[in-house]
Design a binder for this molecule. Structure first.
Ligand SMILES: C[S@@+](CC[C@H](N)C(=O)[O-])C[C@H]1O[C@@H](n2cnc3c(N)ncnc32)[C@H](O)[C@@H]1O
Length: 316
């Protein structure tokens, strides 16, 4: 059978004009699918290149130092004084971060400016593995990531559909494309302090046109990639998504996680997976997940992917 998978040696990439939906042909074998996904992973990891400035509004060449972070935390002490006072704690303690670790985290987010995802390999392995399970087991529904930044994980999701011979599902790409929203310090002080600190990386602002272009350069921009630009609270409840088989939440904050669960978990098929990227972060994400699971009596076990991310499977 004639294949439609790009050959790894011919990578990179499709010409930008070459973005018409492509006829799908399944991969011949696992080795070909693996080679194709490995190539896509090199691309989203920033190894294969794009010789043009990246879309980052956050690009900056000098690394952020622990001293920069100490200064920002001192500034947060002033900005959030009214909410910190009753707690008798400095911003660093309230946000669960100290300058050196904060510098590491922020540098990871902005410094590798060629990357299309900030996710480490183990998280990308997990996306591919769970995509494969739902395709093999015919769990019905589309894939979504809420919080895509430069789009890398959603590019990998779309590539997995091709690699594993799926003919019908779509990938939903949900982001403000305007960066992280500002949490209310009265209800989400931790997230509000983190938001203040994340100004150092442009609040992770990304650009819809650049994400579309990143799909196109991999030959993966077709009708099965659906964009949901805007704040989750505005886009997710009304999104024309019937069923989901794989939902990946990566919106960092309490509110962003809670809105996504409220809007999307009811549409997750039994046997589908929900991945929560930020469960181990010192933001409000874990509280949103724990509250939602308790309120809906979800006792499916949480599986840890790494120190930060978890997933669970919706029971049949
Ligand atoms: C940590 S980044 C996502 C990283 C990405 N998944 C990757 O693979 O690198 C968080 C993203 O969530 C988006 N975001 C967070 N809360 C949001 C909300 N309430 N509405 C829309 N976008 C949101 C931000 O714009 C940002 O792009």
């Amino acid at each position: 059978m004639e294949l439609n998978l790009p050959n790894p040696p011919s990578f990179p990439f499709a010409a930008l004009s070459d973005v018409e939906p492509q006829p799908f042909m399944p991969p011949a074998d696992d080795a070909r699918a693996d080679a194709y996904l490995a190539m896509i992973r090199r691309y989203i990891g920033g190894a294969a290149d794009i010789d043009r400035p990246t879309q980052s509004a956050t690009a900056r060449t000098a690394p952020i130092t622990a001293d920069d972070c100490a200064e920002r935390l001192a500034d947060a002490d002033r900005v959030f004084a009214q909410w910190l006072a009753p707690l008798r704690r400095p911003a660093a303690e309230a946000a669960g971060i100290e300058p050196a670790r904060m510098a590491d985290a922020l540098n990871h987010m902005h410094h590798e400016s060629r990357r299309l995802t900030m996710c480490h390999d183990v998280l990308l392995d997990n996306v591919v593995e769970l995509a494969r399970v739902v395709i093999d087991e015919r769990v019905p529904g589309d894939f979504i990531e809420t919080g895509v930044w430069r789009g890398g994980v959603t590019i990998l999701m779309r590539a997995a559909l091709t690699a594993f011979g799926d003919l019908g599902r779509s990938v939903w790409v949900a982001d403000s494309f305007a960066g992280l929203p500002a949490p209310d310090p009265a209800t989400d002080l931790r997230d509000a302090i983190w938001h203040h600190l994340m100004r150092a990386v442009g609040l992770l602002r990304s650009d819809l046109a650049a994400v579309r272009e990143a799909f196109a350069r991999a030959g993966l921009l077709d009708r099965r990639v659906r964009f949901l630009p805007g704040w989750f609270a505005d886009t997710l409840p009304e999104a024309p998504i019937a069923r989901l088989a794989l939902m990946r939440l990566d919106g960092d904050w309490y509110e962003s996680t809670r809105v996504a669960l409220d809007a999307l978990y009811p549409r997750l098929s039994p046997g589908g997976f929900v991945i929560v990227d930020d469960y181990g972060l010192p933001t409000g994400c874990a509280r949103a997940v724990d509250e939602y699971r308790a309120a809906h009596r979800i006792d499916a076990p949480l599986t840890r992917i790494n120190a930060q991310a978890v997933y669970w499977r919706k029971p049949w």
